[in-house]
Ligand binder design. Structure first.
Ligand SMILES: NC(=O)c1ccc[n+]([C@@H]2O[C@H](COP(=O)([O-])OP(=O)(O)OC[C@H]3O[C@@H](n4cnc5c(N)ncnc54)[C@H](OP(=O)(O)O)[C@@H]3O)[C@@H](O)[C@H]2O)c1
Length: 370
């Protein structure tokens, strides 16, 4: 049971989720920012056409930078016809990156340490700065509140390359370490986002709550209204990413909404205000959730006790001190609802996360009968 839960959470933070002795320690690299803006930059993005990448590309272009993409040309390849895309596979073909120069590289697509090592070694002499998108799943445990110095997960066998719910976090921790070895900590930024949400989120995890609320009727809500959650708006992450490469801000930064700043009661209220739905919220307590094993269908919610009690208690204060701006969550919800409206019916017919309608109705019946 514990294993399954861990797998689920690791997998769910994946997006699809070094120890103090590691080469990259937060204290060694934090806060090295010159605070200055720079002129137009030549940026390379490893990835760039999934969910977070396009937001970064657009923000970089908006600020007058030029952008080159590196990917296999499989995902949303029509998105940026005017940008140079170097085709290649991180696992086997970095040829196209040779003999080129960029001011900075943003690595969105590193999951396998060998891939990150290869690209960072190849680019170490060709870029001024390397920004690696990591994840809060790197942390070894979520039982206690976390900051950037909390211990990281490790793998018994560091040659493993298969990305699973179990290995995702420790692999990303190793990726961070390999990037630091190749680049040096003073030219590396590591961002560790929690659940990334907003327009374009293909997982529907956070989106489930307002989208389900918009349908009205009796709706199950987990825990209590006071139960907190943490997310990061994809646009806030993109803005901070570009800030970091402009300012050459080195260091490790959790990128999350402020701890304890947002709870499920507010999520319900924001959803109602924004959708105008008529809703009868039915709150389930943790014992009921446990008994019916529905934890996996309650995205961005985690029980107050057990292995993941503090997954929504991640300190983001270092990133905020370095310039991360978190927009109000209501704005994230407003904009993801607007984006949802633009999607074709085949996409919106089923919400990809949360409780299936039949299961929800069944559980509500049980609650009412008890
Ligand atoms: N979603 C979340 O809640 C969440 C939370 C924490 C951290 N993260 C992190 O966010 C990042 C993922 O974001 P995203 O998918 O939205 O990024 P993205 O940059 O928007 O998209 C993924 C890109 O990687 C390229 N790619 C995939 N495999 C490749 C390969 N073998 N070689 C070359 N290019 C490859 C894809 O293009 P092709 O397929 O055409 O190659 C695509 O352009 C990951 O680092 C993940 O760990 C996500």
């Amino acid at each position: 049971m514990k294993r399954n839960r861990r797998s689920f959470i690791k997998a769910s933070v994946l997006g699809g989720a070094a120890a103090a002795s590691g080469a990259l320690t937060a204290s060694a690299v934090a806060g090295d920012t010159d605070g200055k803006r720079h002129g137009p930059l030549n940026l390379l993005i490893l990835g760039g056409t999934g969910f977070i990448g396009p937001h970064m590309v657009r923000e970089a272009l908006r600020r007058g930078h030029s952008v080159t993409l590196f990917n296999r040309g499989r995902t949303n390849s029509e998105l940026f016809p005017d940008l140079e895309t170097i085709k290649g596979d991180r696992g086997s073909d970095l040829e196209g990156l040779k003999d080129r120069r960029w001011d900075a590289v943003i690595d969105n697509s590193g999951y396998v340490p060998r891939h990150v090592q290869n690209s960072a070694e190849l680019l170490a002499g060709a870029v001024g700065h390397y920004l690696f998108i990591s994840t809060i799943s790197v942390y070894a445990s979520f039982e206690q509140p976390l900051d950037e110095n909390s211990p990281l997960g490790t793998l018994e066998d560091e040659t493993v390359e298969e990305v699973t719910g179990e290995t995702y976090g420790p692999l990303k921790a190793l990726c961070e370490k390999r990037a630091a070895s190749a680049m040096g900590s003073d030219r590396l930024t590591v961002l560790r986002p929690t659940y990334i949400c907003g327009p374009g989120d293909h997982t529907d995890r956070f989106s489930y709550w307002p989208l389900r609320a918009s349908k009205g009727g009796s709706m199950l809500w987990p825990g209590t209204p006071q139960h907190t959650t943490q997310i990061i708006d994809v646009r806030d992450l993109a803005n901070f990413t570009i800030d970091c490469v402009e300012r050459k801000t080195a260091g490790i930064y959790n990128t999350v909404t402020p701890k304890d700043s947002y709870n499920f009661g507010q999520l319900l209220e924001d959803s109602l205000v924004l959708t105008g739905a008529e809703l009868d919220p039915v709150w389930m307590n943790e014992a009921f959730i446990e008994e019916h094993e529905i934890f996996g269908s309650l995205p961005v919610w985690h029980p107050n006790s057990g292995d993941y009690a503090s997954i929504s208690k991640v300190s983001g204060s270092r990133a905020r001190a370095a310039g991360l701006h978190n927009r109000p969550v209501r704005e994230t919800i407003r904009d993801l609802l607007r984006w949802w409206e633009t999607l074709p019916e085949e996409r919106t017919a089923t919400i990809r996360a949360g409780l299936a309608p039949e299961r929800e109705a069944e559980l509500i019946e049980m609650l009412k009968a008890s």
